[in-house]
Design a protein around this ligand. Structure first.
Ligand code: T3D
Length: 271
């Protein structure tokens, strides 16, 4: 893992923590006194961190989580200049949120949202932009936007509609519902809800397992699933053929095949 900027465990503004070990990056939202509500400063730090991770060829998985009792309460409603009027909101969304969501979306490795507590507003949007969402059983996904007269942003309308279906996504957003973690699993909004006591171990094991996986194939999978959002079957068949040919040219596929034929466990290197 390349050390300097990439594994900087104390970015300058301290609104996030970033650490890396054994190919596993951990980005922690770190404003617990404000339930990790997003400021523009914090979103800039996240964007810088994501750029560093994208540039690290040894990175295999990213875990995004929150410090303290919350994942994130969404936009910091006290961040002066971020939310005062339409012009400020447009600027905040376009310059600060959207780049982060795009970066997570295009990161060539699996991104886990480890939802350690309440996620509200854009905190929900951030979690849903990740590839795998695992929450503590005590967490909830609070579609708080309508309560303050805003709409789900940071990709919220996209992901909520895709995961819940338009009927539930619209109603739940308009009603500003708070969805408990177990219900979020039942609705297909997230992957798993884990007892609070087991959370750290479960996230560690999941991250470790993904970090030992065929990273390039996982990234190609991510690309294929994202394209499947809008492709026709014909387009998707063609894309799968292309991406499968790329997967089959990786060292990890050669290793996976050799391991299968040799009746042993594969040792993937992410190459
Ligand atoms: O420019 C743009 O377009 C911005 C984009 C906007 C997208 C959005 O995210 S809009 C949605 C913004 N978020 C919210 O509306 C949620 C607001 N927070 C809450 O509803 C509640 O705090 C929670 C349901 C999340 C948790 O409730 P609870 O009772 O567990 O905690 P609390 O006591 O309300 O919060 C603890 C502290 O965090 C408290 O501060 P205090 O009183 O101890 O000094 C509270 O004010 C602060 N806090 C919580 N959320 C935010 C916040 N401070 C600033 N911004 C927040 N979003």
């Amino acid at each position: 893992m390349s050390e300097p900027a990439a594994a900087n465990s104390n970015p300058p503004n301290g609104d996030i923590d970033l650490s890396a070990a054994g190919g596993i990056y951990r980005l922690t939202l770190n404003r617990p006194q404000r339930l990790n509500a997003f400021t523009r400063n914090m979103l800039s730090a996240m964007s810088d961190a994501l750029a560093d991770i994208a540039a690290d060829r040894e990175a295999r998985v990213l875990v995004i989580t929150g410090a303290g009792r919350a994942f994130s309460a969404g936009q910091d409603l006290t961040d002066k200049g971020a939310v005062e009027d339409g012009r400020a909101c447009r600027n905040t969304v376009e310059r600060y949120y959207n780049p982060v969501i795009r970066q997570i979306n295009s990161l060539d490795l699996p991104v886990i949202a480890a939802v350690n507590g309440i996620a509200a507003g854009a905190g929900v949007s951030l979690a849903l932009a990740c590839d795998i969402v695992v929450a503590v059983e005590s967490a909830a996904f609070d579609l708080a936007f309508a309560r303050i007269g805003l709409i789900p942003d940071a990709g919220g309308t996209h992901h909520l509609q895709r995961l819940l279906g338009p009927a539930r996504a619209k109603a739940m957003s308009m009603l500003g519902e708070k969805i408990a973690a177990a219900e979020a699993v039942q609705l297909g909004l997230i992957y798993r809800a884990v007892p609070d006591a087991d959370f750290a171990a479960e996230i560690g094991a999941l991250a470790q397992r993904l970090a030992s996986g065929p990273t390039k194939a996982l990234a190609l999978m991510k690309q294929a699933f994202h394209a499947g959002d809008h492709n026709s079957l014909e387009q998707q068949l063609a894309l799968e053929a292309e991406l499968q040919s790329q997967a089959a040219d990786t060292e990890d596929f050669a290793e996976g095949l050799a391991a299968f034929l040799g009746k042993r466990a594969p040792r993937f290197k992410g190459l």
